[in-house]
Design a binder for this molecule. Structure first.
Ligand code: BES
Ligand code: ZN
Ligand code: ZN
Length: 464
């Protein structure tokens, strides 16, 4: 999308935001939150976008309403739109940025496999913008990064293989300040990342561990690690997923997609921070080389792990990736993003992601970033009883708890990862509910891959 700025509307389609009680509106036009009304005026079409009560207008409301307006523009088969910036609602540049978000994120479509792709919204004209051009540029870069992350998730699992994730990461590593290390299957075996090779071993497309480094602040040694689950397809393995659960499992690399999205945004906006991006990439396949329930593996950390369920594979690849990252990069804190459990959908639905942490300060900062970005989090406990439920018999830890099936599965999944984080402050975000929208579009959140986590992490990191 191209963003232009002007002092008066020059396109045929104009979006005007309206609030409750506003006077002088055409009859029948609704200012209710999220309502849109289309009226022809001379040779132009005006889309009135309802904000609702002015005092309840937040950046989230602006983002969602702008997204709804963007969808109306697409329905009208228009590729350009003028957005009248409502000065009385846009108190800060963050408000105007939320409008840009709405148009850019709300008009996203994954059209690669459509023979009749709907026309894309390609030009956004900001009328009366008071945002600095550099701020608009930054916001565009961030929205493009979110949309990129969405497309990675939406792509066929047969295309988005571990090798393809490596390829995407290598493209990023061509940018300034970014470098890459890739451990291929041979290196993973040699370095004893046995949990990753176990999970990825059943597939014709071998696993890999991708490590990206972004050094935007050479005068500081502080660095944050973000680790994204990169299961390019989760069949469940020997514990095969049934029909009804398996169809959407290309989404299981959404954590990896978020990490790649954050790095894309950093490559474009060059913030003064240091980041490590870690992606354990593997296809959890069912085949003659697939790993077995009942087997015990020695993890990279040295702890032995009893495999009770090959469908609890995300925590296995994360355990090795986190232990390796701590060993070789010594980050100041670790945040992992993973489509880890179906249980988080039961607990929070598709609207909020689960937050688990060993650090109250880190948890509080992430929660605040969630509230600010609209990519919300809710914290769960990690009491010792949950950790105890993972005690092994023949090995050190089990990969699923001894609790009754389905009991506290999101918490015990997090508790398993905790076994491998040591003393490094750590947070785990279970994005199984928020990363993939099986329902209809909700404002700026499209169907299927949502790009969840990119704006959240960028907000946490102070980039947004
Ligand atoms: N990838 C799934 C979790 C998932 C479920 C993601 C729904 C997106 C939507 C994960 O690997 C998994 O299978 N988890 C199991 C763990 C169980 C075997 C302990 C689950 O949640 O059922
Ligand atoms: Zn699984
Ligand atoms: Zn999985």
């Amino acid at each position: 999308m191209e963003i232009k700025r002007s002092s008066k509307a020059r396109t045929k389609t104009i979006v005007q935001f309206i609030t409750s009680g506003e006077i002088g509106l055409p009859p029948g036009v609704s200012s209710e939150k999220g309502a849109t009304s289309i009226r022809a005026q001379d040779s132009t079409t005006i889309i009135y976008a309802g904000i609702g009560e002015k005092r309840e207008c937040t950046t989230s409301v602006l983002r969602t309403v702008a997204a709804k307006a963007a969808q109306r523009v697409i329905e009208l088969k228009q590729s350009s739109v003028s957005c009248l910036i409502p000065a009385s609602l846009c108190k800060s540049s963050a408000d105007e940025c939320a409008l840009i978000d709405g148009f850019m994120l709300g008009s996203y479509r994954f059209t690669k496999y459509r023979s009749d792709p709907p026309p894309a919204l390609t030009v956004l004209e900001l009328v009366g913008s008071s945002c600095k051009p550099a701020v608009v540029q930054r916001q565009m870069a961030i929205c493009n990064a979110v949309n990129y992350s969405r497309s990675l998730v939406n792509e066929n699992a047969s295309v988005m293989t571990p090798a393809k994730l490596v390829e995407e990461a290598r493209i990023l590593a061509k940018m300034e300040h970014i470098s890459i290390t890739v451990l291929d299957e041979k290196a993973l075996i040699a370095k004893k990342l046995n949990l990753i090779t176990a999970v990825g071993g059943g597939s014709a497309t071998p696993p890999a561990l991708i490590i990206l480094e972004y050094r935007g602040n050479r005068s500081s040694s502080t660095k944050t690690a973000i680790v994204g689950k990169g299961i390019t397809f989760d069949s469940g393995g020997q514990n095969l997923k049934p029909t009804g659960s398996i169809e959407t499992m290309r989404c299981d690399m959404a954590g990896a997609a978020a990490v790649l999205g954050v790095f894309t945004a950093c490559a474009q906006t060059r913030p003064p921070i240091n980041l490590i991006g870690v992606i354990p990439a593997a296809h959890n396949a069912l085949g003659s080389k697939a790993y077995f329930p009942g087997d015990i593996y020695t993890s990279y950390s040295g702890k032995t792990v009893e495999i009770w369920n090959t469908d609890a594979e995300g925590r296995l690849v994360l355990a090795d990736a986190i232990a390796y990252c701590r060993d070789h990069y010594k980050p100041d804190c670790i945040i992992d993003l993973a489509t880890l459990t179906g249980g988080i959908l039961t607990a929070l639905g598709e609207l909020v992601a689960g937050l688990f942490s060993t650090s109250d300060a880190l948890a509080a900062a992430l929660f605040a970033a969630g509230e600010k970005s609209g990519e919300r989090l809710w914290r769960f406990p990690l009491y010792t009883e949950y950790c105890d439920s993972l005690k092994g018999d023949l090995g050190d830890v089990r990969n699923t708890s001894k609790f009754k099936k389905g009991y506290a599965s999101s918490i015990t999944g997090a508790a398993f990862i905790r076994e491998f984080v040591g003393n490094t402050p750590w947070a785990h975000l279970d994005i199984a509910g928020t990363a993939f929208n099986e329902g209809a579009q909700r404002g700026e959140i499209p169907q299927y891959g949502t790009g969840f986590g990119v704006r959240l992490l960028l907000t946490y990191l102070g980039v947004l």
